[in-house]
Design a protein around this ligand. Structure first.
Ligand code: TMP
Length: 203
């Protein structure tokens, strides 16, 4: 569909090492001669601001799912699709499955979230870095923009439960992230190189 481009996403709770691994992957794939675009979600500050301003009532949680889906649709049309059309390997730190896991854990039905996100394509490969939320929270330092809203143990345990079910269903590839970063990164890189090799992804 994308010529030689591929949409590869990294998923997991905060503190799983996702962002560090995304950065290392982008450097390594570029070094190996792949055209690479690296990105992340939520992407646009205006949507993050709106999400931060929402309440905790049932309606606000549905609006939260809509705002993440809107941010994603714009991200896709402005950044991801143009890169894929150029044949890039696109590495995204969070995408579609973050909405299923987080907004699902906050009580929004998964089918509704899927339907809201039907205008963006599913990733070609989605990797989930699995870590105990206690470990993830202990690794995360300082104040994040989303701390009050999303960085709570009970919620993160439900988020993990959904991610793990999606992995069991074959939508995500689970990698044990409760190990040193270099080992986790090594496994993720091998998975991606294997995938790119099988599809003949290099120019
Ligand atoms: P970050 O900017 O530190 O990566 O924070 C992203 C936060 O937003 C993280 O706690 C998970 C949350 N999130 C959702 O709840 N739904 C989504 O669809 C996305 C992309 C992120």
């Amino acid at each position: 569909m994308w010529g030689k481009g591929a949409l590869i996403t990294l998923e997991g709770i905060d503190g799983s090492g996702k962002s560090a691994i995304a950065g290392l992957l982008c450097k390594e794939l570029s070094k190996r001669g792949y055209p690479v675009t690296c990105s992340y979600e939520p992407r646009f500050e205006e949507y993050k601001r709106l999400i931060r301003g929402l309440g905790e009532d049932r309606e606000s949680i549905y609006v939260e799912a809509m705002l993440f889906a809107a941010d994603r649709l714009l991200h896709y049309s402005r950044i991801l699709r143009p890169a894929l059309m150029k044949g890039h390997i696109v590495i995204v730190d969070r995408y579609y499955h973050s909405s299923l896991a987080y907004q699902g854990a906050r009580g929004v039905p998964l089918e509704w979230i899927r339907s809201l996100n039907r205008f963006v394509p599913r990733p070609d490969m989605a990797i989930y870095l699995d870590v105990d939320p206690r470990v993830g929270l202990s690794r995360k330092e300082g104040e994040a923009w989303d701390k009050a809203r999303f960085q709570k143990l009970g919620l993160l345990e439900r988020v993990r439960g959904i991610y793990r079910r999606l992995a069991e269903g074959g939508e995500l590839i689970l990698v044990d992230a409760d190990r040193p970063l270099s080992k986790v990164y090594g496994d993720v890189l091998s998975l991606i190189l294997g995938f790119l090799g099988r599809r003949g992804g290099r120019d």
